[in-house]
Write a protein that binds this ligand. Structure first.
Ligand code: IPE
Ligand code: IPE
Ligand code: MG
Length: 258
């Protein structure tokens, strides 16, 4: 842990005790499906994009809190391969928001020692958006603090198909050389994922109450603990993050054993 619990959680709401958190049992990798921006805006009769903008503060707070607690990897689902189905105005607005936010925040993240990387297919993003993430990576890749993985144009089925495709090619090459088709291993598979080198998330949080995975990290969450909160993403703060961690710490993780 990088800061004291009193520092990280100065004003806990009634009934939530930061000291109940076991600091020796913080998950290494937390993944978040940040959902509910549209409903947050709708409740206020605002344009959906205003909801996405309001979500930035929750992103900032979650990154800071996770980094202060010593989480090693934080993966944020920001745009799925299915989100292109949304109205053009929203998609364009989101891409612009990603680029502007990344450019505005990268220095503060760098100062915190955060490494900013992406998972997903960035090749079809608008040039400005891709460039903002590329620059963030170049600037922060040697940092040794938390790794922030922004999932953007990310889809787990597409990721898995990409791995299968490269394994099939490799198998065909080996078979041509040796006459034998190599057996697939979990290690081989994992090396081909966007998340290669990252541990699987111990904890997956989804906001806005939806009980689904929406094509996120299907392989990687095989044994993740799932915490769904009704809070809409723009309202999510460090105390909701603390609650999710406490819920995670109370779970009995059996991994199929007894
Ligand atoms: C999540 O909020 C952000 C993205 C998917 C980009 P939504 O935009 O899905 O919000 P709701 O689900 O419509 O409330
Ligand atoms: C999942 O949320 C994708 C992101 C949070 C980026 P969606 O709002 O797109 O998922 P569905 O449509 O409710 O499954
Ligand atoms: Mg949604």
């Amino acid at each position: 842990m990088n800061k004291s619990l009193e520092y990280i959680f100065p004003n806990p709401p009634e009934g939530l005790d930061p000291k109940a958190l076991r600091v020796d049992y913080i998950p290494e990798h937390v993944a978040v499906i940040m959902d509910g921006n549209g409903r947050w805006a709708k409740k206020r009769a605002l344009n959906r994009l205003r909801g996405h903008k309001a979500g930035i503060e929750a992103v900032r707070e979650t990154i800071r809190c996770a980094s202060d607690l010593g989480v090693k990897y934080l993966t944020l689902y920001s745009f799925s391969t299915e989100n292109w189905k949304r109205p053009e105005e929203e998609v364009v607005g989101l891409m612009d928001l990603f680029a502007k936010t990344m450019l505005a925040e990268v220095d503060a993240l760098h100062a915190e020692g955060v490494r900013v990387r992406t998972i997903g297919d960035l090749s079809i993003l608008p040039e400005e958006t891709r460039a903002a993430f590329d620059e963030a990576w170049e600037k922060t890749c040697n940092n040794e603090g938390m790794t922030l993985a922004v999932a953007i144009n990310y889809g787990s089925r597409q990721e898995i198909l990409h791995v299968v495709d490269s394994m099939m090619r490799l198998a065909a090459e080996r078979a041509a050389e040796t006459g034998e088709v190599p057996a697939a291993t979990e290690e081989m598979f994992e090396q081909g994922l966007y998340t290669a080198g990252m541990p699987d998330p111990e904890l997956l949080i989804r906001t806005s109450g939806e009980m689904r995975i929406s094509n996120f990290l299907l392989w990687q969450i095989a044994y993740s603990e799932l915490v769904v909160t009704d809070v809409l993403w723009p309202d999510f703060d460090r105390y909701h993050f603390l609650s999710a961690l406490l819920e995670y710490q109370a779970r009995d993780r059996r991994f199929g054993a007894v």
